[in-house]
Design a protein around this ligand. Structure first.
Ligand SMILES: Nc1ccn([C@@H]2O[C@H](COP(=O)(O)O)[C@@H](O)[C@H]2O)c(=O)n1
Ligand SMILES: C[C@@]1(CO)OP(=O)(O)OP(=O)(O)OC[C@H]1O
Length: 162
């Protein structure tokens, strides 16, 4: 059996914060604002998995009112959610994600992001596709006010035939 889920997230770009995307700290003049480390890509991936499992969203499991999640490492949150998928007998089919950002240039960091996500989901890099796009200077991403990400996942459970 298969189940699919999608996730979407946005974080504001501000001065004085690190720019952590897909678990990679990217050298950039601004970083992402949030209660956690604000990893916009890992949040979209986490929400996609929760969606596929029918388990709501990241804020339900890790509330932004909880001081435990102040500056939380989003990779750890993703690993915890992956545990929920495994408990239910799922493995990753594939994952496809898009980072929507005018700057910085993501391409040099994408292979590292893929390896990090593959590690968290106990999968092979070939099952993970991460891409990036600008919005041609249009909208809040185009003006450099924030970065968005979206993700779709397919989870597979091997059902034994009787
Ligand atoms: N932040 C970004 C945005 C884009 N890229 C790469 O550039 C290609 C062209 O982007 P367009 O928005 O002009 O289509 C895109 O396909 C990505 O490979 C990037 O690395 N970082
Ligand atoms: C993981 C959390 C925890 O505060 O991170 P935030 O940085 O608040 O990011 P957001 O994507 O707005 O919501 C998810 C939250 O649950």
């Amino acid at each position: 059996m298969i189940t699919v889920g999608q996730g979407f997230d946005v974080h504001e770009l501000v001065e004085g914060r690190p720019c952590i995307i897909g678990g990679v700290t990217i050298p950039f003049e601004k970083g992402l604002m949030g209660h956690s480390d604000a990893d916009v890509l890992l949040h979209a991936v986490t929400d996609a998995i929760l969606g596929a499992l029918g388990l709501g969203d990241i804020g339900r499991h890790f509330p932004d009112t909880d001081p435990n999640f102040k500056d939380a490492d989003s990779l750890k949150l993703l690993q915890e959610v992956w545990g929920m998928a495994k408990e239910r007998g799922y493995r990753l089919g594939n994952l496809d994600a898009t980072i929507i950002a005018q700057r910085p240039k993501m391409a040099p960091y994408i292979p590292q992001m893929v390896d990090i996500i593959a590690g968290a989901l106990e999968s092979q890099p070939q099952q993970i596709n991460v891409k990036a796009t600008t919005t041609e200077q249009l909208g809040f991403t185009g003006r450099g006010e924030g970065i968005a990400s979206q993700c779709i996942v397919c989870l597979v459970a091997d059902v034994l035939s009787s």
